[in-house]
Write a protein that binds this ligand. Structure first.
Ligand code: ACO
Length: 380
C-alpha cells in the first residue's frame, strides 16, 4: 500500500541554508544565529541582509541597504490607485496581494517571454529589497484608508521599524514600542518550509517570477491555520473579554471542539522557539501602556489551555495582543506578518532557483474506476 504523507507531515523535501528549526531543542537559527540573539541585538534591516546574503552586514553594507530601503519607501501612485480599487471592506490581505501583484506587473512589463521570467539571482535580490522597502507603505496605507485617514509620507531620518510606525500612525513611536515592533519583525521573518514559504518555492520551481511566488505566498499566509492566526487570537481575546471569563469560555469552546487560535504547531510540539522573545516584548508593552488586564487574560488562557490540552502557544499568541497594544487594527496583523516574511520568502525563492528542481509530488488516485461516455464511438 502507498504510504500517504497527508499534509506532507514529516517529509523532508529539500535542503535549505536559510534557517534551521529544531523542535527537540525548541530553537530557531537564521543562517546559524539564534533568533533570540538577533532580536536582542539587530535592526530588522540587518537580519534581512543576513537572510538574503548569509552573513550579517558590515556597517557600510548596512548603510547601503538602508539607503536603498529609504529610496523605495514611497507607494507609487499607480499602485496606490490599484489599492483604491479594492473594496474597503475586503480583507487587507487581499489588498496586499493585489498591491504586490501590481508591483510585479509594473516591474516586469515589457520583459518579454515567460522563458525569461525567473530572473538572475542579482535581479531577484534587488526585487526582494524593493518589496521589503515598499511593504510598510502598503500596510500603513491600508490601515489608514480603512480609518478614513490620509497617507503619511515616510521620514528619511527614521530607520525601518520607526518609519513603519510613523507611516501607520502619523506620530513618532516611543523607543520601547519601536524595539518591540523591531523584534516582532525579526521573529516573523523566516521559518523554513512553512506553508507560505513552501508555496513560494513551488511557484519559483516552475521558473515563474519572484512576484508570482510572493503573491501565492500571501494567499497561503492568509489562512487562520497559518498567518491569519495572529488576527484570530485578537478575535478570541475580544470574545473572552477578561481573565475571569477564561474558564467558562474555554469550557464551551472545547465542548464545541473549537481550535484555539495561537496554540499548536506542526513542527514544535513542546513550545515555539520564538514565543519567549515575543512574550518578553509583550511584557514591556504591557508595562509601557499600563495594561495588566491584557497580561492577566493572556496568562490565564495560556495556563488553562496548556494544562488541559498540553498544546503550547505559537508566535501568533503573543504577537496578536502586542500589535493590538501598539495600536494596529486587528485586520492589519497578518499584513504585518507579510511585511516581515517577505524576507524569508524571497531568500527561499533565490535559494530554490540556485539549485532548482520542479516541485511536483505524486498522489494516490481514489476516484471511480475507469468508465466511458454512453454511446461514444471513437473516430476511426
Ligand atoms: N486548539 C485546539 N486543538 C488543537 C489545536 C488548537 N489550537 N492545535 C492542535 N489541536 C489538536 C487538534 O484538534 C488535534 O486533535 P485530535 O487529534 O483530537 O483531532 C491534534 O491537536 C493535532 O492537531 P492538528 O491540527 O492535526 O496538528 P497539525 O500539526 O496539523 O496542526 C496547527 C498544527 C494547524 C498549527 C494547529 O495546531 C492549529 O490549527 N492551531 C491553531 C492555528 C494557529 O495558531 N496557527 C498558527 C501556526 S504558527 C504560525 O503561523 C506563526
Amino acid at each position: 500500500m502507498t504510504d500517504i504523507k497527508k499534509g506532507l507531515a514529516g517529509v523532508v523535501v529539500d535542503y535549505t541554508a536559510v534557517s534551521k528549526v529544531n523542535p527537540e531543542t525548541n530553537s530557531l537559527l537564521y543562517r546559524g544565529y539564534p533568533v533570540q540573539e538577533l532580536a536582542a541585538t539587530q535592526p530588522f534591516e540587518a537580519v534581512a541582509y543576513l537572510l538574503w546574503n548569509g552573513e550579517l552586514p558590515t556597517e557600510v553594507e548596512l548603510a547601503r541597504l538602508r539607503a536603498t530601503e529609504r529610496s523605495y519607501r514611497v507607494l507609487p501612485a499607480d499602485v496606490r490607485a490599484g489599492i483604491d480599487l479594492v473594496p474597503l471592506d475586503a480583507h487587507p490581505m487581499d489588498e496586499v496581494r493585489t498591491a504586490l501583484s501590481l508591483i510585479g506587473a509594473r516591474d516586469l512589463a515589457g520583459s518579454g517571454s515567460v522563458l525569461d521570467a525567473s530572473g538572475s539571482a542579482a535581479e531577484n535580490l534587488s526585487r526582494s529589497i524593493r518589496l521589503f522597502s515598499v511593504l510598510p507603505a502598503i500596510v500603513a496605507y491600508g490601515q489608514r484608508r480603512r480609518r478614513g485617514q490620509q497617507p503619511v509620507a515616510p521620514r528619511d531620518d527614521l530607520d525601518y521599524a520607526a518609519n513603519f510606525l510613523w507611516m501607520t500612525f502619523g506620530e513618532e513611536a516611543d523607543p520601547v514600542v519601536v524595539d518591540a515592533f523591531n523584534r516582532s519583525m525579526i521573529l516573523y521573518a523566516e521559518h523554513s518550509f512553512n506553508a507560505s514559504t513552501f508555496t513560494a518555492r513551488v511557484i519559483a520551481s516552475t521558473l515563474s517570477d519572484l512576484y508570482s511566488a510572493v503573491v501565492g505566498a500571501v494567499g497561503a499566509l492568509k489562512g487562520p491555520l497559518h498567518g491569519g492566526a495572529n488576527e484570530a487570537v485578537l478575535h478570541i481575546f475580544d470574545e473572552i473579554g477578561a481573565a475571569e471569563n477564561v474558564v467558562p469560555w474555554l469550557d464551551a469552546a472545547l465542548a464545541e471542539k473549537r481550535k484555539i487560535m495561537g496554540f499548536g504547531h506542526r513542527v514544535y510540539k513542546r513550545g515555539d522557539s520564538r514565543v519567549p522573545t515575543m512574550k518578553a516584548a509583550l511584557d514591556t508593552l504591557v508595562a509601557h501602556y499600563d495594561r495588566p488586564d491584557v497580561l492577566a487574560l493572556y496568562e490565564t488562557l495560556e495556563s488553562e489551555f496548556v494544562s488541559r490540552k498540553g498544546i503550547y502557544p505559537n508566535l501568533d499568541y503573543p504577537s496578536g495582543p502586542a500589535y493590538n497594544l501598539m495600536g494596529f487594527d486587528t485586520l492589519t496583523f497578518t499584513p504585518l506578518f507579510v511585511a516581515a516574511r517577505i524576507v524569508g520568502w524571497t531568500a527561499h525563492v533565490i535559494e530554490q532557483l540556485g539549485a532548482n528542481a520542479l516541485i511536483r509530488p505524486l498522489s494516490e488516485y481514489n476516484g471511480p474506476d475507469e468508465r466511458h461516455i454512453e454511446g461514444y464511438v471513437p473516430d476511426d
